[in-house]
Ligand binder design. Structure first.
Ligand SMILES: Cc1nc2c(=O)[nH]c(=O)nc-2n(C[C@H](O)[C@H](O)[C@H](O)CO)c1C
Length: 156
């Protein structure tokens, strides 16, 4: 049985995170069909994700976006994030938010690396949510991070 996975991304982003996520998912399994939906910016992602779920039949969706470094971009990111939460509750499906803030990286090279790495690591999470939830359970509380280094579990 083929499971449909939605990939929503934006033209605003400065890195093609969707291609990195799709490549990773296709490397991990042949049991999925990817449906991609590109929108202008992150505030357009919630409805794109909802349409991927309700109209395209996706079981899970990744929402890939890049908030800029200005205050108004951060407000937009918060609004987009709330929209994504709402879309999850309305559809009862996971939407894995993969936002990379432009000011998280020290330069363009690091931004490109970080965005692709975070997209790949969240693609792995999508795989585990679909096919191997026990793997996530085994890693509960381990301080895993997507993109930069894991921070690890707190020492007691
Ligand atoms: C201010 C602003 N900042 C961002 C951003 O940092 N990242 C992003 O992806 N999109 C931004 N946008 C565009 C909105 O998300 C949206 O695409 C437009 O308001 C059209 O609906 C806007 C308007």
């Amino acid at each position: 049985m083929t499971i449909k996975v939605g990939i929503a991304d934006t033209t605003f982003a400065r890195v093609d995170m969707a291609s990195a996520a799709i490549k990773k998912l296709n490397e991990m399994t042949s049991k999925i069909k990817i449906i991609r939906y590109t929108v202008p910016g992150m505030k357009d992602l919630p409805v794109a994700c909802k349409k991927l779920i309700e109209e395209e039949g996706c079981e899970i969706v990744m929402a890939l976006g890049m908030p800029g470094g200005k205050d108004k971009d951060k407000v937009c990111a918060h609004e987009a994030s709330q929209g994504l939460m709402m879309a999850q509750l309305m559809t009862n499906k996971h939407i894995i938010e993969v936002f990379v803030h432009e000011d998280e990286a020290k330069d363009e090279k690091e931004l490109a690396w970080l965005a692709k790495r975070r997209a790949e690591e969240h693609a792995e999470n999508v795989y585990y949510l679909l096919f191997n939830q026990k793997f996530l359970e085994k890693n509960a509380g381990k301080g895993l991070r997507q993109g930069f280094e894991d921070v690890g579990a707190a020492r007691e």
